[in-house]
Design a protein around this ligand. Structure first.
Ligand SMILES: Nc1ncnc2c1ncn2[C@@H]1O[C@H](COP(=O)(O)OP(=O)(O)OP(=O)(O)O)[C@@H](O)[C@H]1O
Ligand SMILES: [Mg+2]
Length: 254
């Protein structure tokens, strides 16, 4: 369980104002909202890459400020919105880095670590790329490698910031299916920022919709994706129906 209480943050201006959200373990969450609404900032605060200005966050009742980086890295994997990797590491090296929190100091990776990394590459379709340099990949290939690294980290929580923004539709569905499988079979809590409202509705249990520095609405897709809310938050007229095959909420702008 992640408890976010009254979290505030500003850069030059206020970006997050009084964020209150409870995230239940083992569920699939999506964070939605227009550009600049604070989604990345919230994920960065959750992963301690930005300090909180005000408020409190508890992970399984432990105050986030008291959790050491190595301990947090065993509990939470992060797929950032963009990943710049300066050195020419191979894909395999990058995915193996996901194992770092599990490897004792002065030790190198074990056969088990290599197996876990290999499996993460196989399920993200990056195994064929394993010997290539990370900087010689396309945007979508690189994104899949960073997801593989997060999977290899074997944490109870995975935070993903637009993990499928560069992927073709086949790979989008493949990664979303993998995340759902990890969520359902291994009880991993998934928190993914997405822009595609229909994909979000197809996969998540719960949505957090951000707008104007705050959480505008959180709830199940049927509660969040209403014509009225989409008009207020995105300024768009939409028709809302159900996908005839899956019965999930489906939005069509007009
Ligand atoms: N490093 C920074 N310095 C100053 N302002 C920043 C910085 N990072 C983000 N901001 C501002 O904070 C606000 C929220 O940014 P954030 O990246 O959290 O938005 P977002 O919801 O993730 O948007 P997007 O959908 O475009 O990724 C924006 O107005 C942005 O300009
Ligand atoms: Mg962002």
């Amino acid at each position: 369980m992640i408890e976010i209480n009254n979290v505030c943050f500003s850069f030059e201006k206020e970006v997050l104002k009084d964020i209150n959200v409870n995230i239940e373990s083992g569920k699939f969450y999506t964070i939605l909202g227009p550009n600049g609404s604070g989604k990345t900032t919230l994920l960065r605060i959750l992963s301690k890459s930005l300090p909180m200005e005000k408020g409190e966050i508890f992970i399984d009742e432990v105050d986030l400020t008291q959790i050491k980086p190595k301990v947090l890295a065993k509990e939470m994997a992060v797929v950032p919105q963009s990943t710049e990797i300066e050195f020419d590491f191979s894909v395999q090296d990058i995915v193996l880095m996901g194992r770092t929190p599990h490897i004792s100091r002065f030790c190198s990776e074990s056969e088990k670590d290599i197996k876990i990394a290999m499996n993460a590459m196989k399920i993200t379709n990056t195994w064929e790329l394993r010997n290539k340099s990370i900087n010689a990949l396309s945007g979508g290939e690189k994104q899949r490698v960073v997801v593989a690294r997060a999977i290899a980290q074997e944490t109870g929580i995975i935070l993903l910031d637009e993990p499928i923004s560069h992927l073709d539709i086949h790979h989008q569905i493949e990664i979303m299916n993998q995340l759902k499988e990890l969520n359902q079979n291994k009880n991993i809590t998934i928190i993914a920022v997405l822009h595609d409202l229909n994909l979000a509705a197809a996969y998540c249990d719960h949505m957090i919709l951000m707008h104007n520095c705050g959480v505008y609405k959180d709830g199940i897709p049927e509660e969040v994706l209403t014509e009225d809310i989409i008009k207020k938050v995105y300024g768009l007229d939409v028709y809302i129906t159900k996908n005839p095959k899956t019965k999930k909420t489906f939005i069509m702008p007009f």
